[in-house]
Design a protein around this ligand. Structure first.
Ligand SMILES: *[C@@H]1O[C@H](CO)[C@@H](O)[C@H](O)[C@H]1NC(C)=O
Ligand SMILES: *[C@@H]1O[C@H](CO)[C@@H](O)[C@H](O)[C@H]1NC(C)=O
Ligand SMILES: *[C@@H]1O[C@H](CO)[C@@H](O)[C@H](O)[C@H]1NC(C)=O
Ligand SMILES: *[C@@H]1O[C@H](CO)[C@@H](O)[C@H](O)[C@H]1NC(C)=O
Length: 262
């Protein structure tokens, strides 16, 4: 019971800091998501799956380095101390310690070695995310509004239907851009019951202010969007991973935003 209280406190502290994780291939580029049709089901008040996946996305590189640097036999608090030092974040250290203590040090390290760099599979190995293998999803709608317009906000609508329900997975979106810098994002999608689901993604297609290297310029042209609904991490080679469905669409940027009239 005590450890649950600690985990909950850390969960709250950590969520304030949680960074939206980019997908395996791409940079975020001003994408945000909201759910429309139904909320994810089967998610308790204390969402340990999301906690675990968010933590792992942020720290997976550092956990690996920390293990190499002698955290292997050290136990949770030493290992997580190294992780905390490397990420320069007390919240990450506490999250690490909470999770490690909960599942046990050996499991924490063994699962890391097995999962490679796949946070969803890692959290499934740690029994923090449910596994559903006979799931399915079919994309029934993928549209962009406006279909064509100046730089600004584009709204991407996704709807899909699942007959058997879905497993712990992700929604992965990426854009082929005119300047060739790919952008995209992935969003954890927790197990859902059979039904219809919808999400809206806001794409803020405006060149970022004050950005100096590798900045998306959103120059005029056609932008292709590829949307995936996956079990596990999209394109993962690990068990319990599958691309349920994938669909493409596009939109056109016509030029810079209209200048406000004085
Ligand atoms: C973290 O950094 C502090 C200050 O540099 C150091 O005293 C401490 O030993 C480090 N902890 C670990 C676990 O490496
Ligand atoms: C749904 O689950 C059943 C039973 O496991 C399986 O036979 C079927 O292929 C699944 N349907 C889809 C669309 O995956
Ligand atoms: C978008 O897709 C079309 C074909 O479907 C291709 O000709 C075009 O080069 C793509 N655009 C970008 C920016 O990748
Ligand atoms: C953009 O998508 C439409 C369908 O929505 C398709 O007909 C068209 O070929 C696509 N254009 C490019 C350049 O891929």
């Amino acid at each position: 019971m005590k450890s649950v209280a600690v985990v909950l406190a850390v969960l709250l502290a950590y969520q304030c800091l949680a960074v939206r994780h980019p997908g395996p291939l791409v940079q975020p580029g001003g994408l945000s998501l909201s759910r429309t049709l139904s909320k994810p089901s089967k998610v308790g008040d204390m969402d340990m799956c999301k906690f675990c996946v968010d933590f792992t996305h942020n720290a997976i590189q550092t956990i690996g380095e920390a293990i190499l640097e002698g955290g292997l036999t050290a136990g949770c608090s030493k290992l997580c101390g190294i992780v905390g030092n490397k990420t320069d974040s007390k919240a990450v250290e506490l999250a690490c310690d909470a999770l490690c203590t909960l599942v046990g040090f050996e499991e924490f390290v063994n699962a890391f070695n097995k999962a490679d760099v796949d946070p969803i599979y890692y959290c499934e190995l740690l029994n923090q995310c449910p596994i559903v293998d006979n799931g399915d999803a079919t994309i029934t709608l993928l549209s962009v509004n406006p279909k064509s317009g100046p730089q600004g906000t584009f709204l991407i609508d996704l709807e899909y239907e699942t007959k058997n329900g879905t497993g712990t997975g992700e929604l992965l979106i990426y854009l082929d851009t005119v300047d060739g810098l790919p952008i995209g994002s992935s969003f954890l999608n927790e197990p859902q019951d059979p039904g219809k689901y919808g999400v809206k993604l806001n794409l803020n297609a405006v060149p970022p202010q004050g950005c100096e290297v590798a900045c998306e310029s959103f120059e005029p042209g056609v932008y292709n969007i590829t949307m995936h609904v996956c079990n596990g991490q999209c394109y993962s080679k690990h068990p319990h991973s599958k691309i349920y469905d994938m669909k493409k669409t596009n939109f056109t940027i016509t030029g810079p935003p209209p200048t406000p009239s004085p």
